[in-house]
Design a protein around this ligand. Structure first.
Ligand code: ATP
Ligand code: MG
Length: 269
């Protein structure tokens, strides 16, 4: 029997999302197909406006696809619409977004933010809730006793983002979709978050879709890369291969730009 990590978790076929119509039509996601295995980190890279966040929102079923199919763990989730069905899906597929300021409810202490996420699992007894909240905070390198009673304004941006990740982890999802999770945090939180993603893959076999415009971050964390350009996946494959031998002109440009930027940076310092 093949190891469980080889099993396909997410199978995306011809996924399309169009906004507007007529002359103002935007094909934000245009005929995208890929698979993600259990325990795999795939990065979606591409410039601003290439459709990365729209892809994330469609996969999370926060918005409907215009066409195509999403199969998660063998179940077709393309047309889920009843709240109960969506909640069952979100117990397995969780997300972290770029801005930890807007997604953090400022009126709740950290403990309550995480406990609300745990509600997706139905009723849990108080002791179990406490254990799960502490476990998730420890996973993101925070001291539960220190942060559980704090409010958003009492935390740094990097701490807030790690709490957003803990909020996603507390339900132990099979898939984590992280949309530019490190863009608004400082370098030390960025390193903590990236290494955490690798640990989650290695320890729990979590699959991760990591969305970034930064190809060097993508190459650092990913098993596979998906390069998006104007709504389409123009290149996909094993991260080392795509980085060393990009096939599509757009991918070559993306890596060339990243390289000249990093060269510029090293000259400047
Ligand atoms: N709700 C919407 N209504 C209309 N157009 C939209 C909507 N959401 C996104 N778009 C358009 O879809 C395209 C893709 O946007 P998207 O946010 O997915 O890009 P992105 O790759 O995440 O960009 P960034 O790197 O800046 O976050 C853009 O042209 C955007 O203007
Ligand atoms: Mg985006």
């Amino acid at each position: 029997m093949p190891p469980a990590t080889d099993a396909v978790l997410l199978d995306v076929r011809h996924l399309t999302r169009i906004f507007g119509h007529g002359a103002r039509e935007v094909r934000a996601v245009d005929d995208v197909s890929f698979t993600l295995r259990r325990g795999e980190i795939a990065s979606v890279v591409g410039e601003s406006g290439s459709g990365k966040s729209t892809l994330a929102r469609v996969l999370l079923r926060l918005i409907r696809p215009t066409a195509g199919r999403i199969v998660f763990a063998g179940q077709d989730v393309t047309r889920l619409s009843r709240p109960g069905e969506l909640r069952a899906y979100w117990r397995q597929v969780q997300a972290v977004f770029q801005d930890p300021f807007s997604s953090f409810n400022q009126f709740f202490p950290v403990r309550r933010v995480l406990e609300r996420s745990l509600r997706l699992e139905g009723r849990l007894e108080a002791g179990e809730r406490d254990r799960r909240v502490r476990w998730a905070l420890e996973r993101v390198a925070l001291n539960p006793s220190e942060v559980m009673g704090k409010f958003a304004h009492e935390l740094s941006g990097g701490e807030r983002q790690r709490i957003m990740i803990a909020r996603a982890l507390v339900v132990r999802p099979k898939l984590l979709i992280a949309d530019e999770p490190t863009t608004m945090v400082d370098a030390s939180s960025r390193a903590t978050i990236l290494n955490l993603l690798l640990d989650l893959r290695d320890e729990y076999g979590m699959a991760i879709l990591f969305i970034t415009h930064d190809v060097s971050l993508a190459s650092y964390v990913s098993d596979t890369l998906l390069v998006m350009h104007q709504g389409k996946v123009v290149e996909q494959g094993e991260a080392g291969r795509v980085t060393a031998h990009p096939q599509h002109p757009y991918t070559r440009q993306l890596f060339a730009d990243a390289f000249s930027l990093s060269k510029g940076r090293s000259v400047a310092t």
